[in-house]
Write a protein that binds this ligand. Structure first.
Ligand SMILES: Cc1ncc(COP(=O)(O)O)c(C=O)c1O
Length: 434
């Protein structure tokens, strides 16, 4: 039977799902059963950071599978210990610890548990922002400010307090400067914390996220300041922004020590999606508070040796191939090209990102008034058609609402990146946007 008749697929109407079956991949390309090739301009779900089938990661998985597939966290596992050490080293969380999970949603849930437990506020409120995405499990939906799932979970019951986002292009505080919007968004977090003396943490994306908002540069350092002042933890959701996606190992590192969170969550690029794996990294202070108390949580597959072996190999690959710096350099080039496109295509209202190989085009009906092309999160038929025509030309772009999200594997060849942007340029010009 065909997959469309047997599988429930994510984030779509089942009757409308009819995708080709992917048979293989290599680097920034993958191909379907008919042999048709696609250039992956979104790294699937912004996760195949190392490209498809990275040989080093594949080999590490094969070797670990031959040695030892599984033991629970009640036993030690060499790749688990090695990966934790490498993550602490890369993040500079000296004296911290790592808890492994299976995906971004459960990493965020566990991070909230640890933050609450370490502060002695087992049901303390968590401050998050509107238009954020932290996953699709129940707690992660409560944490997320995502209109697609908001009816399914009750943030007040969790409890979660939402604040408006640092969305400078459509600033919810009515400002028109990036700096002013960032400052106002930080102020709103401070007010939410003042209103809730039992708050335990602020959980936010430091840079790239599913909803395509890229915060102004003063936002994250401001969050760090205000969370410290108010005595709550700062949790960085680095599920999408980590592992070079935003030009650093972890996006907060752009701000140096000023930006260091108390906890951070990782997934996606951690293994380059070769095997599901996620992690919560906690600071020395948080780890110290958890040292002598029972950690009443766990997952059967916590720190699965196969996945951890893939994680170690992935970190070696990012490091030895210089992929973090490569992402920064290609991201700057990409951003420049997109700005050039914006100068020629009035449908482009805003271009953001570009700190690494992550950039967003926001399309508008009217550039002067910034009227959205379609109400969020609807997709304009011309944009859906653009994505289909690009596929016909062998380029796979991610489209969300009015956004084109560009996040290719960090190993993409420059000629491929150039070709993909040329295709986008031509199709933007050929489309009928009215
Ligand atoms: C910032 C962020 N957090 C959390 C998640 C959820 O991760 P997962 O789908 O692995 O549960 C995502 C997924 O896109 C994400 O972008």
């Amino acid at each position: 039977m065909a997959e469309r008749d047997t599988v429930l697929h994510s984030w779509c109407v089942q009757a409308g799902w009819n995708a080709p079956t992917v048979a293989g991949g290599r680097g920034a390309r993958f191909w379907d059963e008919s042999g048709r090739q696609y250039l992956d301009m979104s790294s699937q779900a912004e996760c195949v950071n190392l490209g498809h089938q990275h040989p080093r990661v594949v080999r590490a998985i094969q070797e670990q599978a031959a040695r030892l597939c599984f033991v629970t966290a009640a036993w030690g596992a060499e790749p688990r210990a090695r990966l934790a050490e490498r993550l602490l080293e890369k993040s500079g969380f000296e004296g911290g610890r790592v808890f492994f999970t299976l995906g971004g949603a459960d990493a965020n849930e566990q991070a909230v548990k640890f933050a609450r437990q370490a502060l002695g506020r087992p049901r303390g409120a968590i401050v998050t922002r509107d238009r954020s995405y932290h996953g699709a499990s129940y707690a992660a939906m409560a944490l997320s400010g995502d209109s697609r799932t908001s009816a399914q979970a009750d943030p007040a019951a969790f409890p979660v307090r939402r604040v408006p986002p640092p969305y400078a292009y459509r600033c919810p505080f009515g400002t028109r400067s990036d700096e002013a919007c960032g400052a106002k968004a930080v102020e709103a977090v401070g007010q939410a914390l003042d209103a809730d003396p039992d708050a335990a943490a602020v959980l936010m994306e430091p840079d790239a996220g599913t909803n395509g908002i890229v915060a102004p540069g003063n936002f994250w350092p401001g969050l760090r300041r205000v969370t410290r002042e108010k005595g709550v933890w700062l949790i960085a959701d680095e599920v999408m922004s980590g592992f070079g996606r935003c030009g650093e190992w972890f996006a907060w590192q752009r701000y140096g020590e000023e930006g260091r969170p108390d906890l951070m969550t990782l997934a996606k690029g951690l293994t380059g999606a070769h095997i599901p794996l996620a992690a919560v990294v906690v600071s020395k202070e948080v780890a110290g508070r958890l040292e002598q108390v029972p950690l009443n949580t766990g997952l059967t597959y916590c720190g699965h040796p196969l996945a951890c072996a893939a994680g170690v190999a992935a970190i070696d690959a990012y490091e030895e191939e210089g992929l973090i710096a490569r992402s920064r350099a290609l991201g700057a080039w990409l951003f420049g090209r997109l700005r050039d496109l914006a100068a020629r295509h009035p449908v482009i209202g805003d271009v953001r990102g570009g700190r690494g190989l992550f950039a967003v085009l926001e399309l508008v009906r009217d550039r002067a008034t910034r009227e959205p092309l379609r109400p969020w999160p609807e997709v304009h038929p011309a944009l859906a058609a653009l994505a289909r025509r690009a596929l016909d030309e062998g380029v796979s772009f991610a489209v969300r609402g009015n956004l084109v999200v560009l996040a290719p594997p960090l190993v993409i060849e420059e000629t491929d990146l150039r070709r993909a942007i040329d295709v986008l340029d031509r199709l933007l010009g050929d489309s009928e946007w009215s």
